[in-house]
Ligand binder design. Sequence first.
Ligand SMILES: [Zn+2]
Length: 287
Amino acid sequence: MPELPEVETVSQGLQRRALGCRIQAVEVRHPGVIVGSPEQFAAELEGRAIVSVQRKGKALALELSAENQPPRYLLVRLGMTGQFTVSARQTPLEPHTHVLLALGEREELRFRDVRRFGRMRCCTRDEAEAAFERLGPDAQQVTEEQFLSAMRARRGAIKSWLMNQRVLAGVGNIYADESLFVAGIHPLAQPGRISAPKARRLFKAVRKVLDHAVKLQGTSFRDYVDIEGRPGNYEPRLRVYQRTGEPCRRCRRPIRRLVIAGRSSHFCPHCQPRPRHVATMRSLKTP
Ligand SMILES: [Zn+2]
């Protein structure tokens, strides 16, 4: 699933390729990915120019302007397998292409989504702001103080805490596993019981992992590609994610997998030791 680095890569691609372009025509081929009426969606977008691209966590908002009218915002969530690409209009459509936005005579912005968990919605400025406000601080913008105070007194698993978009926006399964490894924290540790030096280490790890992944255009699991249709380059750098049984890059012991709240967590039991407040592995039924 695209997380902050992948969505940021798409956002930078949109700024490069679509900023300033006017949407000349809209074609909705699958209404299921549009929130509200597809006819109204098309009518509101047509003729507007893309004047800014904003991102918070995994959410994108394209600001659309038209003369003498209040701005509209196109909110986009890539969901699990959503792709946004700019293609020449004569390029044949790939299967699962659900929305086409014609940019000028020759190019179009295409939204493709195999699993169809992605969504596009046209809304007012207030609605766009409200959607962003429902999210916690962006994981690349969050301050150390905000991060540490949000951890205080929180129970549950640190892995789930990192992935809670209302607490911290942008981190999903891949970068939560990677950040916890870099910080040397077990995925089941309780946020409120992690020592202050370790919590600061986690804050730095999240920033470092995300910044590095953004530089490498993200990780291509499932269908993620950038605006030009290219995969990300972070996959060879992954330390634990999807490496169950492979040797830890630090201590050579095998990486293990644990299911937390229905999601796979990958970690090194030696580099990320189980804290005393967490029950033993046997009672948690490691798969
Ligand atoms: Zn290790």
